[in-house]
Write a protein that binds this ligand. Structure first.
Ligand code: ATP
Length: 503
């Protein structure tokens, strides 16, 4: 695995996985572009998730809802009121920070001092942050007294009182920009699922339990985007809302925890690198009955959230439904006089309308990319003493499945065979097969090691019967990324050989 974030960032840029957004104008913080190989890896991760969660189950439907949503959706979801992070400004240089990030970046003795002044324990970071939010005037005084430094200038800052900053991007809809004509870019994909609950039930005749899965972009105006693609302002999520009979929710929560850990393992992210955080009651989001955060051990960052698996009770459908008071909701919801739909489904035993509970596994695609790349990253010393970097990606995730290399790029007899092989392998539907004639074979091997191509197929003079060994006619050399073994394979058997290996 990678030992630092820098080596990943460097590889991603060098080989075309990820670029800074708007780079030629100096870059835009919190936005990244996925390059030629990044888009393949990302698509492969999403396809693996979709296959496992939609196609391989019999209790799931897919959805692709729109990104811009009616403001009422995000009002009744609770986002307008509560989707905020605490921010704090340094009056000396007008820099703005997320309070908990700022505190985390301080030396241990400064953190301890802040905790002491606030009358909190320095060991319970979440409780300390909550206390700072609850008592803003005391918080700014504590920051000044403890000597909290500005990470940008390195000097002790002159801190304002912390206040909440709502992270939703707002935009104008239509040609007239009046009070009423705004909407939000969704901050999570989940709300599109809840608002389509009735549409999906009515159009598919689903009964409980069943789920709706969605992959798509979400937008969060993070106060301090950082750590490469770990915390960005435009992100992608893979989310499931799994609807269950109230009372069976705890069982299903455990089911999904297990399923998701298994899935990460299948992508090359082993269980022992993921810590399961059973989020303490006082830190739970307002909608949550219980949440497991999967904390992957990122290089440089340490354990950080890669996926959250929440039991959201009947909060969401209860918040978006009309006739709330008739439905015996368990969650505490705000009154809703705007919704025109009753979000119930017949109870499978009694047939009485019920608002289901929801289990939500919610994973970030960008954070998945980072974890998958980090686990695959390998530095090896070869027998000849040379070092090589190789991405030991699971074959189904590899951006390029096979590179077909003609040993001489100006010899028509060789290139035409190579092109034919490329076309045949491409037709197998494995993913991208690359015709690679960029020159030096050693360099090509090195590049394909670094981007994780499982196999390189080389067409040489022997292949076309112009080499020294006539027995090698109509065979090619296949080089294995991981073992470096080179095998001579008959062209007529190549497709089957590759298919068997990639399965
Ligand atoms: P954090 O505490 O790290 O800000 P969160 O608890 O707000 O994350 P959720 O709202 O649970 O995150 O979102 C579900 C998933 O979406 C996360 O587990 C993560 O993988 C991804 N995600 C959330 N915010 C971002 C972001 N700014 N950049 C990249 N991925 C994100």
């Amino acid at each position: 695995p990678a030992t630092s974030m820098e080596e990943l960032v460097s590889l991603c840029k060098r080989r075309g996985f990820i670029f800074q957004g708007s780079e030629i104008y100096g870059g835009l913080q919190g936005f990244y572009d996925y390059g030629p190989l990044g888009v393949e890896l990302k698509n492969n991760i999403k396809a693996a998730w979709w296959r496992s969660n939609v196609y391989e189950r019999d209790d799931m439907e897919g959805l692709d809802a729109s990104i811009i949503m009616h403001r009422m959706v995000l009002r009744h979801s609770g986002h307008e009121a509560t989707f905020s992070d605490p921010m704090i400004d340094n009056k000396k240089n007008n820099k703005r920070y997320r309070l908990d990030h700022l505190l985390k970046d301080q030396k241990a003795d400064v953190q301890a001092k802040v905790a002491e002044i606030m009358g909190e324990s320095a060991d319970n970071f979440a409780a300390l942050v909550a206390a700072l939010n609850a008592k803003p005037a005391q918080a700014s005084a504590a920051f000044k007294e403890a000597g909290v430094r500005d990470p940008f200038s390195g000097e002790v800052g002159d801190w304002t009182d912390p206040k909440p900053f709502n992270m939703m991007f707002k935009t104008t809809i239509g040609p007239v920009a009046d009070e009423e004509s705004y909407g939000y870019l969704r901050p999570e994909t989940a709300q599109g699922i809840f608002t389509n609950f009735k549409n999906v039930v009515d159009s598919t005749s689903r009964r409980l339990p069943f789920g709706i899965a969605q992959i798509g972009k979400a937008f969060r105006n993070e106060i301090t985007p950082r750590n490469f693609i770990f915390r960005v302002r435009e992100l992608e999520q893979m989310e499931i809302e799994f609807f269950v009979v109230p009372g069976t929710d705890e069982e299903w929560h455990e089911h999904w925890l297990e399923k998701r850990l298994k899935w990460w393992e299948d992508q090359g992210v082993p269980r022992e690198k993921i810590e399961i955080l059973d989020v303490p009651k006082e830190d739970l989001a307002h909608y949550s009955k219980r949440t497991y955060d999967l904390m992957y051990d990122y290089p440089t960052l340490g354990h950080e959230e890669i996926e959250g698996i929440a039991n959201r009770s009947d909060y969401d459908l209860g918040s978006h439904t009309k006739a709330q008071s008739e439905l015996g909701l368990v969650a505490k919801v705000e009154e809703n006089a705007d919704s025109i739909a009753k979000l119930t489904i017949p109870h499978p035993e009694t047939n009485k309308p019920v608002v289901p509970f929801v289990i939500e596994p919610s994973a970030g695609v960008d954070r998945a990319m980072l974890a998958v790349l980090s686990e695959a990253f390998t530095k090896e010393t070869l027998e000849n003493g040379n070092e090589r970097i190789v991405l030991k990606l699971k074959p189904h995730l590899a951006p390029i499945k096979v590179a077909v290399i003609p040993l001489a790029r100006n010899k028509e007899e060789i290139t035409s065979v190579a092109k034919k092989i490329k076309a045949e392998l491409q037709g197998l539907g494995l993913g991208r097969v690359l015709y690679e004639d960029s020159g030096n074979i050693g360099k090509a091997y090195r590049r394909h090691d670094e981007v994780g191509t499982p196999f390189c197929v080389t067409v040489d003079f022997d292949t076309v019967g112009k080499g020294e060994d006539a027995a090698l006619t109509d065979t090619v050399t296949v080089r294995d990324r991981d073992t470096l073994a080179q095998e001579r394979v008959k062209i007529s058997e190549l497709a089957g050989w590759i298919q068997a290996k990639l399965r």
